[in-house]
Design a protein around this ligand. Structure first.
Ligand code: PLP
Length: 399
């Protein structure tokens, strides 16, 4: 069924304190009560329109959560101070000591490190596998498994998760399917495809201006209540609260996300096609040569393209480094980690954002030291940017 996340957000009317078109920014850590009984009551359950303390909830964060839940088609959402705190809070809420996670082996390096190096301290083990291989999932599944974790489009190899298939498997075995949708906000709606929890690093496309770090968790009302529970909630007790000034600016940026995603996608497709024609090894799910192209066509919401991320493999690390240096000199964009910025950003994941993943596993999953990940910007004249990039490729002798 056709789903348009942008229209869902557009239909939310949020009136500020004085009828302002943007909801007022809450500039307070704590809130007054007219009587002690209400203060006592709020410790046992939420009271509509009543706030206790900003780490628990605050009005502007609630507004942003409403918009994110509308975008992801979930009952509720919680915002956090980073993508990592969204992911770690969700997993820690779902898993107890002795539980296990099955995770895709192609995920963001920070998430890999959290699952691999941090969670074992609490007796939580993770199996990293190729989630496209159903037999591999069955091999590691056992009574302790609680969570299947993957990214909708993986960082950095841009593999597309078959969310409906993973969801069916999770439901059959009583598992929670957690999807990081950072690379494809609005383009993919994992909750509509069967995911139980959707996380984002809002640092990236959702905010789009690379001026803050933020995250969110979109899920059922029940799960968000668990996360924010005063006595046992991960976001309440670990405390990764999103600052209200940031929440306000992200909420405003969210309203232009569909336009930005369209432009990121159009530019990325143009670039991917051209590089492919030049004989460069390109990973982009919008190209028919990508192994998940047909799957992605089935899963995406219409009109937003295949996303702004492109990965190329130029053979070895020294060529990758030379090319990135040249691309920055020629103003193709910035040599920088992160993504979703209005300008093009590029980095070599093997030695940066995926360096937490051991080299043998990098090899196994097809991540070479010559790979460059590009977050394609919303350049108005992409032909001009591509011409600059071609000049750089030529200078390094890549075609
Ligand atoms: N998920 C993905 C796919 C990412 O690429 C990143 C960061 O690069 C994160 C999560 C972590 O987000 P943050 O840096 O906002 O904590």
């Amino acid at each position: 069924m056709k789903f348009d996340p942008a229209s869902e957000i557009q239909d939310l009317l949020m009136f500020g304190e004085f009828g302002d078109v943007n909801p007022s920014i809450t500039d307070s850590s704590t809130y007054t009560f007219l009587n002690p009984a209400t203060m006592q009551e709020i410790f046992s359950h939420e009271i509509e329109g009543c706030f206790l303390y900003s780490r628990h909830w605050n009005p502007i964060n609630k507004y942003l959560c409403r918009a994110l839940a509308a975008m992801e088609s979930t009952e509720a959402a919680q915002v956090t101070a980073s993508g990592m705190s969204a992911i770690s809070s969700a997993i820690l809420q779902l898993c107890n000591t002795g539980d296990e996670v099955i995770a895709s082996w192609t995920i963001y390096g920070g998430t890999y490190a959290f699952l691999k190096n941090f969670l074992p301290k609490f007796g939580i083990q993770t199996h990293f596998i190729d989630l496209a291989n159903s037999d591999a999932i069955k091999r590691v599944l056992n009574r302790k498994t609680k969570v299947i974790y993957t990214e909708s489009i993986s960082n950095p190899l841009l593999e597309v998760a078959d969310v409906p298939r993973l969801s069916r498997f999770a439901n059959e075995h009583g598992l929670t399917l957690v999807i990081d949708n950072t690379f494809s906000p609005m383009i993919l709606s994992p909750a509509r495809l069967g995911a139980h929890v959707v996380a984002h690093s809002m640092t990236k496309f959702i905010n789009g201006t690379s001026d803050c770090v933020a995250g969110c968790i979109c899920s059922s009302q029940q799960f968000v209540e668990q996360l924010t529970d005063i006595n046992a909630g991960a976001t309440m007790l670990l405390g990764p609260v999103l600052d209200s000034l940031r929440a306000a600016s992200i909420l405003k940026n969210l309203h232009s996300l569909h336009i930005r995603m369209q432009q990121h996608s159009a530019n990325a497709l143009l670039l991917a096609r051209r590089l492919h024609e030049l004989g460069i090894k390109v990973h982009y799910p919008g190209l028919p040569s990508h192994r998940n192209h047909e799957l992605m066509k089935q899963l995406i919401n219409p009109g937003l393209g295949f996303g702004g991320m492109v990965a190329i493999d130029v053979g070895d690390e020294s060529k990758a480094n030379a090319l990135m240096t040249k691309m920055q000199e020629e103003k193709v964009g910035y040599l920088a980690v992160s993504l979703g910025y209005f300008k093009t950003l590029f980095s070599a994941p093997s030695s940066s954002t995926s360096s937490e993943i051991p080299e043998d596993l990098q090899k196994l999953m097809g991540l070479s030291r010559g790979m460059i990940r590009l977050s394609v910007g919303i350049d108005n004249d992409m032909e001009r940017s591509i011409a600059r990039m071609e000049k750089c490729l030529k200078a390094i002798g890549l075609f």
